[in-house]
Design a protein around this ligand. Structure first.
Ligand SMILES: [Zn+2]
Length: 223
């Protein structure tokens, strides 16, 4: 705790002044362009990764960056997440949603090795909503036994599953129908800084730098 208290003092004494103008401007309200959904893992730091300022990212976090499937009867497994998504898309009118999984994800590891969550009943219930079992069956069928490869495959699959879950939310459906919202799937490799982005055309994750090049190339062609 002492480290945090010292950190707050250092922030107030020598860091806050660098952001004072931004925070004063934000007093009148926030207008983030992006909803960033990621894991609660301490190694994932959205603002640092994206080099954004306060006010730029609306953030939703949970173990395993899980997005609940929308339940119209109000019996959602995660009402807080439903409300956060609705507020970001409907009220703040964010332009992009990024669902960001990450390397060495403990939650995804617990799906591969359920005994790791044996003493965590709430975590077991939470992870039971993650539908990656058919991908696990594929890995078994293909003889993929290497633990790192299996974890990487599940981390990727989980992002796709959560993108599909996000697409069930009414606010998301409406915003996408009006072409006002784009949904992106990312994998952050925190040990190297690499970020992969899901490419729908190629049905696989590609380095984000490649994705940007493709986008700017398309824009150049359209111009
Ligand atoms: Zn994680």
């Amino acid at each position: 705790m002492q480290k945090l208290v010292q950190g707050v003092r250092r922030f107030q004494d020598s860091v806050f002044q660098d952001y004072q103008v931004i925070f004063e401007r934000l007093r009148s309200g926030q207008r983030p362009q992006t909803l960033f959904i990621t894991c609660s893992d301490s190694r994932v730091v959205p603002g640092l990764l994206t080099q954004t300022n306060p006010g730029d990212l609306f953030v939703l976090r949970s173990a395993g960056n899980v997005v609940p499937h929308y339940e119209a009867d109000g019996k959602s497994s995660d009402r807080a997440a439903e409300a956060t998504i609705e507020y970001a898309v409907e009220e703040l009118q964010v332009r992009d949603v990024i669902i960001c999984g990450h390397s060495h994800c403990g939650a995804m590891g617990a799906i591969l090795h359920p005994n790791q969550a044996a003493r965590l009943p709430a975590m077991q219930r939470h992870l039971a909503t993650v539908s990656v079992h058919y991908r696990l069956a594929e890995l078994d069928r293909d003889g993929v036994n290497d633990p790192a490869s299996r974890l990487h495959a599940i981390v990727e699959e989980n992002v796709l599953v959560q993108m599909a879950n996000l697409a069930t939310h009414p606010s998301v459906i409406q915003a996408r129908a009006k072409a006002q919202l784009n949904v992106h799937g990312w994998i952050y490799h925190f040990e190297s800084g690499r970020v992969d982005s899901y490419c729908k055309t190629r049905s696989k994750f590609v380095p984000l730098s490649t994705w940007q090049a493709q986008t700017s190339s398309k824009q150049q062609q359209a111009a």
